[in-house]
Design a protein around this ligand. Structure first.
Ligand SMILES: C[S@@+](CC[C@H](N)C(=O)[O-])C[C@H]1O[C@@H](n2cnc3c(N)ncnc32)[C@H](O)[C@@H]1O
Length: 453
């Protein structure tokens, strides 16, 4: 089960491993994607290909012609198609209304394409093509930015890089039909891969994979699944940076699946359009992790993926696990990913990248109340660095080790460290940040530096 399932990786992988994968997310877009992928196991590849041809026959030429139309003609096309409502966007967007996220050509082409897909009679193919259309929408809007010197299609939306609707000064207009065709081909390839996997299972151990989908707030979900889940693997929102619901407006509006105000209030987040306070987030994070543990059977496991500079967030997760009988059995840092985000590249040592996976085993033992211990922050960092066998270390790994040591010594209450303190301590101990490889290195000796010169 993944109660914060997002696009569904956990539940889909469980499903493909012959288990019952349970996907939950309050964001309708998340479930649209997860369900859309699982449903690719329905229908046949030949039906999907036939449907793609049918869509092409009905609108490829029309869409390609849009490029050469005058503004007035495009406006006429726009008046003849079904457009999504022109909803107001979140306050931090560059434009106020939904339609302003598109050029007229994009709006007209996407609408024509969607109408052709909606007319398909074969439900599994319609689902697959709608998935491809939603991936086309990701690329055909004015938030799509491309770096100078790169192929335009290699760009990405500002939604994924700076987490808001920033519109490009010079929008890139990718060809709608070709973009959709490529996405649809990818979807068909994904279906072929899933069909093959399932067939292999059928011929060997038998196929029993199941997928369940819920769109409940985590508290409500836990009431339904109390004491009945074998494994929870989850990646809750990390506080302030990303408002998943606001950022999904681009898709939810056109898919007619905008969440209600009541659901929006439940989003685990700091800030967002509803300006949720940090102390509320911490309390809700605590409650959510308790809810995860509550859903587990005894002697089963829960893994929580997390990363943040704010130690109070970790404190909430660790103490919630403990309060529900979860014993921390592993804390593994996922560091060294060679693909760095733009945030990491720009802000380097000030940004944590790569998560820590905290794994709890649920037992019936009652938690023993913790005594508050003291914590020597600099001494701990020094010891960890002195005993580190290599000459480089990822800051994320070191930071995570400090948190776990403090937790194990019952002294997490006593650490109060900001990213600046952490960076200063490392600098003062003679370590330097390598901005290309994004790890810290022990200062080279003076002779070595002279030799290098
Ligand atoms: C970090 S994302 C999960 C990403 C996911 N692991 C993936 O690979 O796509 C966190 C998710 O939690 C969802 N969420 C936020 N508050 C929630 C709540 N109260 N109940 C359930 N889901 C919530 C968000 O919509 C978002 O999709």
């Amino acid at each position: 089960m993944d109660p914060f399932g997002g696009s569904g990786v956990t539940a889909i992988e469980a499903f493909l491993e012959n288990r019952t994968g349970i996907q939950n997310d309050i964001n309708p877009l998340a479930n649209f994607i997860a369900r859309g992928i699982v449903n690719l196991t329905e229908g046949s590849i030949s039906d999907y290909c036939r449907s793609l041809t049918e869509i092409g026959d009905s609108c490829e030429k029309k869409i390609k012609r849009i490029d050469s139309l005058s503004d007035e003609d495009i406006r006429r096309v726009i008046r003849s198609v079904n457009l999504p409502p022109n909803t107001r966007l979140p306050g931090n967007s560059d434009v106020q209304y939904y339609h302003d996220l598109f050029t007229w050509k994009q709006l007209a082409s996407l609408a024509i394409l969607k109408e052709a897909i909606d007319r398909l009679r074969d439900a599994p193919s319609r689902n697959a093509m709608l998935l491809a259309w939603s991936a086309t929408l990701t690329k055909l809007n004015r938030t799509f930015l491309s770096a100078r010197g790169r192929a335009p299609s290699r760009g990405g939306s500002s939604i994924f890089s700076i987490y808001r609707y920033k519109v490009a000064k010079m929008p890139i207009e990718l060809p709608c039909w070709d973009t959709f065709y490529e996405r649809a081909s990818n979807v068909i390839d994904a279906k072929a891969e899933m069909d093959k996997l399932i067939e292999l299972k059928r011929q060997t151990v038998g196929w029993s994979g199941r997928f369940e989908e819920y769109s409940l707030d985590i508290e409500e979900l836990s009431d339904r699944f109390i004491g009945s889940v074998d494994y929870v693997f989850t990646d809750p929102p990390y506080g302030g940076n990303i408002s998943y619901l606001d950022l999904s407006t681009l898709w939810n509006v056109w898919l007619d699946s905008c969440p209600s105000e009541e659901i929006r209030k439940k989003e685990l987040i700091v800030g967002g359009e509803l300006k949720i306070k940090e102390e509320d987030y911490i309390q809700r994070l605590y409650d959510s992790i308790r809810a995860c543990l509550r859903m587990l059977k005894i002697n089963r496991w829960c893994s929580v993926v997390f990363q943040h500079w704010n130690i109070d967030y970790f404190k909430a997760i660790l103490s919630a696990g403990e309060a529900e009988g979860g014993e921390l059995k592993a804390a593994v840092s996922q560091v060294g990913d060679p693909i760095w985000s733009m945030h990491k590249k720009k802000n380097r040592e000030r940004v944590l990248s790569g998560e820590m996976i905290l794994t709890f085993l649920k037992s019936e033992k009652k938690p023993v109340p913790r005594r508050r211990g003291s914590f020597d922050l600099e001494g701990t960092i020094k010891r960890l660095l002195d005993t580190h066998r290599e000459s480089n270390i990822y800051g994320e790994y070191l930071f995570n080790r400090v948190i776990i040591e403090a937790w194990e010594n019952s002294s997490i209450e006593n650490i109060n460290i900001s990213k600046h303190d952490f960076i200063d301590i490392l600098n003062n101990m003679g370590w330097r940040y390598d901005s290309r490889r994004h790890y810290w290195i022990k200062n080279q000796s003076e002779e070595r530096m002279l030799f290098d010169l």
